[in-house]
Design a protein around this ligand. Sequence first.
Ligand code: HEM
Ligand code: HEM
Length: 423
Amino acid sequence: MENNKINRSVIVNFLLHLHPHAVNKQALKFSRTFGLGGINALLFVILAFTGILMRFSYVPTPDGAYNSIVSFQNNSLLGTLIRNIHHWSAMLMVVTSFLHLLRVFYSQSIFYRRKKTWYFGLILFVIVLVFNFTGYLLPWDQLSYWAVTIMTNIVEYLPFIGEGFANMIRGGETVNENTLLNFYTFHTALLPLLIVAFMMLHFWLIRKARGVTVANNNEQEMVHVYPELVSREIIAALSLTAFITLFAIFFDAPLLEKANPMVSPNPSKAPWYFMGIQELLIHVHPFIATVVVPLALIIFFVYIPKIKIDTEKVGTWFYSSKGKSIIVLSVVFSAFITLLLIFIFEYWLHLNQFEIPLFISTGIIPLFMFLLPFFGFLFYLKTSKKADKVELVISITTTIFTSYIVMSFVGIWFRGEGMHLIF
Ligand code: HEM
Ligand code: HEM
């Protein structure tokens, strides 16, 4: 009994250090945050815990890696379960980070005092992806070896610096033992330090902004963090841990045969979260896919929180009454145009066969085939729907996300041998 009390107060006191004494009652509603920021933080704790356990037996060499994982699964206590939990938590963290990004974006929680929180969030998102990508190679099986080969080949497409940069990542011209050691060092030493530092900055900025946004700033009823928030957090954390453990009991993390650099599987695919980029590269010139699109996205995402919006709108889901319908229209438009272009390029229009420079045939032409209807759509929103600047930004962002998701789906499920479409 006494012990229970001590345990409880340790956990509660720790959680209280992360929070102010009191928070706005509205901020406690589940539909405000869906707990996604906290879920990300907990997933990292689970990943660090299981990752450290695996590190005790993991051997970062081409001969040792695969065997050490097989042996960890077969001979260590709960080895398979620990590896499964690490694998599925990592996959889930990509999804929950992205959902958290959508949550803060669509609830107008990135303006004014939260500009930097958004920027640090974007950096966290990149770190989560790099964490996943570096971890992907560590099993050193056919799946991981060739996925990393595909991705580093994509890096080579970057003009001027591409080859040098790819060789630096790989520690050579192909994926080899140096790549494994590079990835291992990043994965288990550098990235954990980086993510902790950026998470601390992220949390500090949220505290500085006096907590998460609330829909109506006039309602200022405050409640004590303990027990109101802390009890909810403990229940959510226990439920999530139970869910992941159960999932990991029933579904094993994939492990194919040991990597063989001489035999590439057909098709060879990038990790699922980068499949959108691989799909884009099937259709457009590498310069567009690796420079123009990413650069445009970075500029756009840095620009968004600088827009001046009505302070009353901060924290309002979907910004306005029109917001929701604009989002639905943008999803439908973007999914339609992306699928249409994929079919056109696959079956009817082989742009690389024209007698004109590739940069025009596979670069400028497909770019305009997307941009023309896209600008037409924005013009329609502006004139017929009387969309304002923020509503247009919401539409552009929704279009980008939908298009990436559709390309990823096509790449993951509908590309077979030779990366041809299959049904
Ligand atoms: C301190 C933190 C961490 C340590 C020490 C660590 C350590 C490890 C080790 C030793 C492996 C090789 C075992 C294996 O592949 O089964 C691994 C794999 C992996 N890690 Fe981590 N990890 C950490 C955090 C993370 C995080 C935060 C993520 C993602 C956000 C992540 C994603 C992965 C992935 C996707 C794999 C491949 C899993 C598989 O399919 O086998 N790790 N990690
Ligand atoms: C490791 C990844 C991340 C962790 C652990 C994390 C953690 C958190 C937590 C705990 C909160 C407060 C509660 C909540 O909103 O759920 C929060 C808020 C916030 N996060 Fe994150 N976050 C991460 C990634 C991101 C990403 C990818 C973005 C966007 C690019 C982002 C942007 C924000 C913003 C703008 C807020 C303030 C929201 C508001 O005031 O309502 N975060 N984050």
